[in-house]
Ligand binder design. Structure first.
Ligand SMILES: [Fe+2]
Length: 155
């Protein structure tokens, strides 16, 4: 048996305030879906709303690229603190391609060392199908955040 919070921002037990968690009768917190742990500007609620601007990855890329040709994509997160105690630790980039049976495709993973690296990366992509780029950033204090951008590939 599982007890769900009635209010999206309601405390679950006395340990967490997260609309994405539920608590089993044994008191062990569990997720109903890992995907619901990824925040975005559309899904953030409560305290997370104040984190949208500083945590949502921004994807800078041409809206239209040529198939099979290298095209630069920049992903930026922030301004965000960059200290040992609090920083963006990882950026992952995926593409969901049109008409592909299973998505997404993992394009890149960049691990960032606090202080030494800023969450500002550039990649050269060679896409063959139109789709949507999804960047996921991980903050050690504020979790996973997603930003996305549609990209058209011309043959
Ligand atoms: Fe953060």
């Amino acid at each position: 048996m599982t007890a769900h919070a009635q209010n999206p921002d309601e405390k679950v037990g006395n340990r967490f305030t997260c609309r994405k968690l539920c608590e089993s009768s044994s008191g062990v917190l569990k997720l109903d879906s890992f995907g619901k742990l990824i925040y975005s500007s559309n899904t953030a609620t409560g305290e997370a709303i104040s984190k949208i601007e500083s945590h949502t990855p921004k994807i800078e890329a041409s809206e239209s690229v040529n198939a099979g040709k290298l095209s630069e994509v920049r992903i930026v997160i922030g301004p965000h603190p960059n200290t040992i105690e609090h920083s963006i630790r990882r950026i992952e980039l995926y593409v969901g391609e049109e008409n592909r049976p299973f998505n997404p495709v993992l394009l890149a993973v960049v691990d960032l060392t606090p202080v030494y690296n800023d969450p500002d990366i550039k990649l050269n992509l060679k896409l063959s199908k139109s789709g949507t780029l999804y960047a996921v950033g991980y903050c050690n204090l504020h979790g996973l955040w997603e930003g996305h951008k549609e990209i058209k590939v011309t043959q």
